[in-house]
Design a protein around this ligand. Structure first.
Ligand code: ME8
Length: 518
């Protein structure tokens, strides 16, 4: 049977600077979804990358005394390094300075122009002549240029515009008849009521005030507006061509999910659909605007000086601890908060206590009582059924949560297996069974625990791949696919376990925070 395809993308990160933990959250979230879909048997294509043009980048490069290309090469490499360090399994890392992308953007712009969807007009704004910059009313400081403080005057320059207004009714109709297109639901209403229904203005899609962009082929003093350039990455990199779309494009498009942050939903659910319609291309199935990660309940900003970086956190706590924290702490629709304090608490309570201790205790008991050989489960009792039910039900429950993009709930369902297993140890007290010489029952209890851990690790894999692999290695099992967790009892008796090694070493919070402050 042919595998069902699944195309997931993240936003492409600005190469204006090093991405903070909030930006990195997105790639980790996408990675968990992509890995889960692969484990379910989907043929997955997972795309991420960098957004490299625009005035801000041109300015940053100037400040740094390098060319824009040198600047973006360095930042893009840093972004890729962080994505790799966080163990994300993207299939392609795209860059908007890639030749193929640039050529297609030029063709796309031309096609829209030939079709009449892009026309030449006049951009009117408040202009500061010495700075050669246009400003909007709200950008002014005391009615003056925010850069140099001089007077601005009303001026106009020629620019190309995209006819958003032409697609307004179609967009309203589409969004209303496709309730899953924009998620979460609250965002859909916000887009319809605050932005689309009040009326769409035509969009200025070219700039002449700076050079670092993709030139318009038939009018070279203009560069393509950065959002038209950036959004099209989702099609240009899978073989889209205005004249002759490739088989690759036909295979993957439409995307199943554009995963993006809440601040850029507008671009993805208003501009993007209209651009696609202009090209006679169908729309992606879903756009999910995830909430934000805050630090100390404050917005993270590079200029605010409160940026926390994923690679620094990973050096301190390990990659999977960071993955766990961000996946677990950001609910479906509300912002999540990150502090060192909270991270250490979660680390100690969930990773070290609930998961790490369970695995360590269970394997140690198997070593002690059965010389490390997986025992047989012959003496089932009622108390076992509750454990087994919890373990078996976790799979469909986790899948359902993932299907609804409730990733924090999904990972919590997996941890339910570990919490239940710890309780099972308290209920069955294996050490008492050993003392009583009740080997039949002790075998069953240890087997059930090992099997619960195996199933839990398989479900955990998409979220914390490295930890899951460490558990598989300790269990010495190759039975690691989703098909092997539909029934309880797959783990082979008679196999020898490997030595237990601690997965997460408890952190002394006070001491750690003190050292960090030094
Ligand atoms: O927006 N928490 O790039 P970007 C969670 N280049 N997510 C956050 C966040 C936070 N604190 N801050 C930002 C861009 N994000 C464009 C995208 S796509 C065609 C072009 C998210 O580097 C943000 O919402 O500013 C976006 O989805 C991603 O990080 C990259 O942000």
């Amino acid at each position: 049977m042919e595998k069902k395809k699944y195309y997931i993308s993240t936003a492409i990160a600005y190469t204006s600077g090093k991405p903070h933990i909030g930006n990195t959250y997105e790639i980790i979230l996408a990675d968990a979804i992509a890995r889960y879909k692969r484990a379910l048997g989907y043929d997955v294509y997972f795309q991420t990358g960098t957004d490299e043009h625009g005035e801000k980048i041109e300015l940053k490069a100037k400040e740094a005394g390098v060319t824009p290309q040198e600047y973006v090469d360095k930042v893009a490499a840093d972004i890729k390094r962080i994505w790799d360090k966080m163990n994300t399994s993207y299939d392609r890392f795209v860059r908007t300075t890639d030749k193929r992308h640039e050529e297609q953007v030029q063709k796309i712009f031309k096609k829209m122009y030939d079709k009449g969807d892009i026309y030449k007009g006049e951009y009117k704004g408040l202009y500061c002549t010495p700075c050669e910059s246009f400003w909007t009313e709200s950008q002014l400081v005391d009615g003056k240029c925010p850069d140099c403080g001089r007077e601005v005057s009303v001026a106009s320059e020629e620019a190309y515009f995209f006819k958003l207004s032409k697609y307004q009714d179609r967009l309203v109709e589409y969004i209303e008849s496709h309730p899953d297109f924009i998620q979460p639901e609250s965002r859909k209403n916000e887009m319809l009521n605050n932005f689309i229904k009040p009326g769409l203005q035509d969009l200025c899609v070219s700039r002449t005030s700076f050079k670092w962009g993709i030139p318009v082929t038939f009018d070279e003093k203009h560069v393509v507006y950065v959002w038209l350039d950036a959004l099209t990455n989702y099609i240009t990199n899978i073989g889209f061509d205005v004249d002759n779309p490739t088989e690759e494009f036909k295979k993957w498009w439409p995307a199943d999910l554009h995963l993006i942050g809440k601040d850029i939903i507008r671009f993805h659910t208003i501009y993007w659909p209209c651009f696609l319609w202009s090209l006679d291309v169908s729309l992606p199935h879903q756009v999910f605007g995830h909430p934000w990660l805050l630090t100390n309940n404050d917005k993270i900003g590079k200029s605010r000086g409160n940026a926390i970086y994923a690679d620094d956190l990973a050096d301190l706590f390990g990659v999977d601890a960071v993955r766990y924290y961000v996946l677990h702490e950001i609910p479906f629709a509300n912002d999540g908060n990150l502090t060192y304090d909270l991270l250490i608490e979660r680390y100690n309570s969930d990773l070290a206590n609930i998961l790490g201790n369970l695995v360590n205790r269970t394997i140690s008991m198997a070593k002690k009582y059965f010389e490390g050989i997986v025992p047989k489960a012959n003496a089932l009792e009622d108390v076992d059924n509750d454990l087994i039910n919890t373990v078996i039900n976790a799979y469909p429950k986790t899948t359902e949560a993932m299907d609804n993009l409730r990733i924090a709930d999904a990972i919590d369902n997996v941890f339910e297996i570990f919490r239940r297993s710890n309780k099972y140890i308290d209920e069955t007290t294996p050490w008492t069974l050993a003392k009583e010489g009740n080997i039949e029952r002790l075998s069953t209890v240890i087997y059930n625990l090992l099997e619960a851990i195996r199933i839990g690790a398989i479900l955990l894999h998409p979220f914390l791949p490295e930890t899951a692999e460490k558990i598989f290695a300790q269990l010495n099992t190759d039975l690691t696919d989703f098909a092997s967790i539909e029934t309880f009892g797959g783990l082979e008796s008679g196999k020898e376990l490997n030595d237990p090694t601690p997965l997460f070493v408890r952190i002394d919070k006070e001491k750690f925070l003190e050292e960090l402050a030094q």
